[in-house]
Design a protein around this ligand. Structure first.
Ligand SMILES: [Zn+2]
Ligand SMILES: [Zn+2]
Length: 152
């Protein structure tokens, strides 16, 4: 499947979930194969930051008083681009987790992203995506394994 098509599917899944509509979990499995469990974590994280399930409000613009369907349409129509960006950002973390052979939570704990750079939280240095991969691989492989082992 084409990458963009995959992204638009995942935006739909995020918006549905965030609006409290039913989501076919098998869709993620189908779209992302081995990655699907990590993608699910990323999706849940995004869902949490876009809506408040208590009152169906949009956390991105504070719009309130929508029903499930309305909230879903609102997310797709008004925040599609923002959600797309969040998905793309999270996918970078998913990719890093996979190439480093660690779990998603661990990478989220040790890498922070701002202004287009990836910061290693051990040494507070900023890198490109490939740079942070190399850095973690050569300098912090042991630290990563330690965190992964002790995270549950
Ligand atoms: Zn909104
Ligand atoms: Zn470091």
């Amino acid at each position: 499947m084409h990458k963009d098509e995959r992204f638009s599917k995942i935006i739909d899944i995020v918006s549905r979930k965030a609006a409290g509509l039913r989501v076919q979990e098998t869709d993620l499995r189908y779209l992302f194969a081995k990655k699907h469990e990590m993608v699910k974590m990323a999706v849940d994280e995004i869902v949490f930051s876009v809506t408040d399930p208590q009152n169906y409000s949009c956390k991105l613009c504070n719009k309130k008083g929508l029903n499930k369907r309305g909230l879903y349409m609102h997310l797709i129509e008004s925040h599609g681009k923002e959600i797309m960006k969040m998905v793309k950002d999270s996918m970078d973390f998913v990719d890093l987790s996979i190439t480093l052979g660690t779990d998603y939570k661990t990478i989220k704990t040790v890498v922070e992203r701002h202004n287009g750079k990836f910061y290693c939280k051990f040494c507070n240095k900023g890198f490109t995506k490939t740079g942070v991969y190399r850095h973690l691989f050569w300098k912090h492989k042991k630290d990563l394994n330690f965190i992964t082992k002790n995270s549950d």
